[in-house]
Write a protein that binds this ligand. Sequence first.
Ligand code: AHR
Length: 643
Amino acid sequence: MRSISTFAILIAIATGLVAGPSFTIDATRPAGKVSPKLYGLMTEEINHSYDGGLYAELISNRAFLDDAKSPANWSVVKDNASAATIALDPATPLNDKLPTSLRLTVTQATKDHPAGVANSGYWGIPVHPKTEYRASLWARAKAGFSGPLTVSIVSNDGRTTFSSAKISGLTSEWKKFEVTFKTGNVTPTAQARFAITLDQPGTVNLGLVSLFPPTWNNRPNGLRKDIMQMLVDLNPKFLRFPGGNYLEGNKIDERFPWQRTLGPIEDRPGHWCNWGYRSSDGMGLLEFLEWCEDMHAEPVLALYAGYSLEQERVKAGPDLEPFVKEDLDEIEYVIGDTNTTWGARRAKDGHPAPFALTYVEIGNEDFFDQAKTYDARYAQIADAIRAKYPQLKLISTIADAKLDGRKADMVDLHDYSATDDFLKKSRNYGADINRRGAEIFVGEWAAHEDAAVRPWDTAAHKLPPTPTMKSAIGDAAFMAVMERNSDIIKMQCYAPLLVNVNPGARQWRPNLIGYDALSAYGSPSYYAIQMFSRNVGDEILPVTFSGTSVQGCATRDNQTGEIIIKLVNPELTPQSLPVEINSITALKSKATVITLSANPEDTNSIRRPRNVVPITTTLSGVKPGFTLTLPPYSVVVLKLKTR
Ligand code: AHR
């Protein structure tokens, strides 16, 4: 990373006439209003975004349903003087939603030689110092054993117990037990597991087993604090969920089952997710909505529209009706009054107040439907929504679709391009947009470094999960384009948002935020987005570049009069840029400059989370007609005070 002093040298100011490159901002003719919802987030279960990610649950395969043949991620705890076995026990289900349990049979155990079962978590159980953990489990025991059970977080080698608690009072009936326990001043580690042990022989069946660290806003069944902080820091105005492909599933029966994601976690069976693993559905519809609330962002709710990825589709007409009803019910859950069926259910789930909702999206990437049935499916779903909820704005997933004569208020365009392609197309982007047509939502986009390695290629798995500075340059160029055109591009969000960096955890690259069990970091692209989303004006000011490869955009904050300029230098050398602002005759001499600059291959990681981060400096001596020198390979936000 370059040092601040280098930046100070690189950002030089000169006044007077400069030949060569030019950059002009027309402050006299704003090109429209910046959409107040331009910067948002997109999310789905991919790359262990929730299970093993944002959703703070630490137990993997907590309902024992991940593998029908064996208790995946659970193992026997014993030593040379104790003995135990474990097995799935479908004959003793916890309830009708969770059709199996785990039978633990301890045949030999003492206080000094306990035996039991342990869960390995999502690539380890994170142990943090002075931290309270909340464990809950359902248990029943065979006659002759009533406890105690010891629940503990122990090191993988079994030598260190970081914290533990006792549970007693087991009977032959299913009963829920909850305990909290706190770690001492331990060194953080993820080389740990969660153990449930007996110090005498006995047979116990375990139902849903759960372990939570402290969560964001202390919500029960809540979200991981460090990742949430990073999301809040992006200042998102909306959250598009639950997908993406995760909405659709590979098959119709594997679509996001929003009704089965409600209520107590022991009533959630989870479902097979198209990205190759089972989702616990701990991150259910209410959790998504509360997540929005916690970020002060509005939901953009994607509704299943009768198409699933393996070319399964529901015929428009009577066959689609049950799915249309599902969609209407889902909207009712989000915004219905508490005297409606689903509004009442939301209240019962703990949230009587309706959520704010403006946009719903009908399906996801329906251009992949080879039978081309979207027009009729959209029309049927749109008619039903408009009849019941005329205030909602509807998003179509295909640009220029006929939609059987219906209108879309907005179209969702996805763009995964290489940095060089974004740089190329960003120059004149927007000239051909039909500004009288539907509003535009770029609901998924991201730059990857190499055009030959696309995000879904297996070759991408050989690369680190999060992108380098090269991607951040492409991302910033594209964001500048979207901001310049945000009179019509009303919303946009990068995808995918999250990735668990452990081998085997991911299905896609690049991703914005990486994490393991213990910590999280932002890619250079994360910081580029943060620089953009936290510095947005109200009016779009037209910009003209000539004789330079620098790209960018400018906006004005109407309250403060501040002019916010965003620039991207895609060259490996510094670029000097005379900055002309039409009609501005005076500028405060001090301006704020936020700079992200690094070599193209530089990046962040778990080990080096802050290798490439923005630096804020103050630029002095600013006057109309000044020249700004952009550091090599940089994204720069310049905030000029006009009064
Ligand atoms: O962002 C990853 C995937 O890309 C999304 O699930 C899908 O909508 C798109 O094809």
